[in-house]
Design a protein around this ligand. Structure first.
Ligand code: GTP
Ligand code: MG
Length: 428
């Protein structure tokens, strides 16, 4: 169940940016995203502080003067939460907490908090708890955590509530237990996905809020949860994609092979590494896919950077070499047609759609079909005369053109790719 918070926490956002330091360079666009994240978590953002400076302050991240300014503002305006775009080191956090008398979180804490309230299945809950504990362990001694039972709200859910007074050893034990449990869940998943091995598998990947779930619904009537919030989806849902769609006046190509399509968790810039690690089993669907649809929110002015983030995250999870179709979504929001043709020349293998309005979906399906039949060549197999089961297997995995019943055998001619052919060859 989603937690409903009665009163929104009055929140201030802080971002330090340094043009000379790649790790700490943040454009003002990052603040827009941080605001969206904070609001997704249920915060009311009342002010943002953006500081661009070439001198990095080891004690406070932002300069001492700026920290005092934030502190004074927080006092005057009864602010209960300050969120930093930058990842805070333990000493910076401690120094800031001495100056600013309210809860202080960084972006990773915030993302973990959103994951904690959006986790629905047992697996997602285990994964989030593990990531939270791994993140909390080296940062255990923060001052406000002693008060967090009374304070409640953003950043205090999950292990924060129950484990504050317990020592590192207890957390360490819990981490091992969670890892064991996840391993079991993963084993079950492997058995299930073993059964799916013979299907053509597609995964929807992309930046959070790009429209992945909306596209799954449009393609399959899946009825999955769609929301204008970040990280609405944390679990993988897999549906069958029907491609044998007849179009007026056109020859209908039959796709006997079953196609599965999965929606999964979105990515974001600086997604905490602990989260990626613990979500590996959810993300393994992506790794095992034959084709990725990279859904891009083309209405977001920041989409080129988002594309990079997604590509880098795919590389991090080991899905770098997958075949990808770039699906530029929300193109109903674009008014400039020349912009689309410019993008088409810049991004190869792309298609412009609106998942919500159902625009240009056929063009996307055509691209999928092309991938599906890529490498299909004609082949022949000879089976035993009574081996009808294997014949039906060939029908499942290939486009059969001829079946000849000979005296002691059946000769089947069909079109399929190398992967399916070697599988069929093995079972025959
Ligand atoms: N204008 C427009 N809005 C869209 C389109 N597709 C999706 N949206 C909206 O974008 C928001 C996010 O859609 P989702 O499908 O939940 O996005 P997602 O990629 O699954 O997001 P997460 O699961 O949170 O990572 C929702 O408010 C959708 O209604 C589109 O083609 N056009
Ligand atoms: Mg979604």
């Amino acid at each position: 169940m989603k937690e409903t918070r009665k009163e929104k926490e009055k929140t201030v956002l802080v971002c330090y940016s340094n043009r000379r330091d790649r790790k700490n360079y943040h454009s003002e666009n990052s603040l827009e995203e941080l605001k969206f994240l904070a609001e997704t978590a249920g915060a009311e953002v009342v002010k943002t502080f953006y500081q661009e400076n070439d001198v990095y302050d080891a004690r406070y991240m932002i300069g001492k003067g700026k920290a005092e300014e934030v502190s004074a503002y927080a006092d005057e305006n009864k602010i209960s939460l300050v969120i930093f775009e930058n990842e805070l080191a333990y000493t910076q956090l401690r120094n800031l907490e001495q100056k600013i008398k309210c809860k202080i979180l960084d972006k990773s804490n915030l993302i973990l908090d959103i994951f904690a309230s959006n986790a629905r299945t047992a697996q997602a809950k285990l994964q989030v708890e593990l990531a939270q504990l791994e993140y909390t362990l080296p940062r255990l001694t923060r001052q406000w955590t002693h008060l967090s039972k009374q304070l409640g709200g953003i950043g205090t859910k999950g292990p924060g509530e129950t484990q504050i007074e317990t020592d590192r050893r207890m957390i360490g034990k819990r981490i091992s237990l969670l890892k064991e449990k996840l391993l079991k869940v993963d084993e079950q998943r492997k058995t299930q996905s073993g059964e799916r091995k013979n299907f053509f598998r597609i995964s929807l990947v992309g930046y959070t809020n790009a429209g992945k779930s909306t596209l799954l619904n449009t393609l399959t009537n899946a009825g999955v949860y769609v929301e204008n919030k970040l990280f609405a989806t944390l679990d993988t849902s897999t549906k069958t994609l029907k491609l044998n769609i007849s179009e007026k006046g056109k020859k209908v190509t039959k796709f006997p092979k079953k196609v599965l399509i999965s929606d999964t968790v979105g990515f974001i810039k600086n997604l905490p590494h602990d989260l990626i690690e613990s979500f590996k089993s959810t993300l393994s669907e992506v790794i095992e896919s034959d084709l990725l649809l990279h859904v891009i929110d083309v209405s977001n002015s920041n989409f080129p950077e988002q594309i990079e983030v997604v590509r880098n995250t795919l590389e991090e999870i080991g899905a770098k070499d997958k075949t990808v179709i770039n699906v530029f979504n929300k193109s109903d929001m674009l008014e400039n047609a020349s912009f689309i043709s410019h993008l088409k020349s810049e991004y190869k293998d792309s298609v412009f759609i609106s998942a919500e309005k159902g625009l240009n979906i056929n063009a996307l399906l055509e691209k999928i079909k092309k991938e599906l039949t890529k490498g299909n060549t004609e082949r022949t197999l000879k089976l035993k005369a009574d081996d009808h089961k294997k014949v039906s297997m060939i029908y499942k995995l290939a486009e059969v053109s001829k079946v000849k019943y000979l005296k002691n055998s059946i000769k089947v001619t069909f079109k399929t790719n190398d992967k399916n052919y070697s599988f069929l060859e093995k079972i025959v």
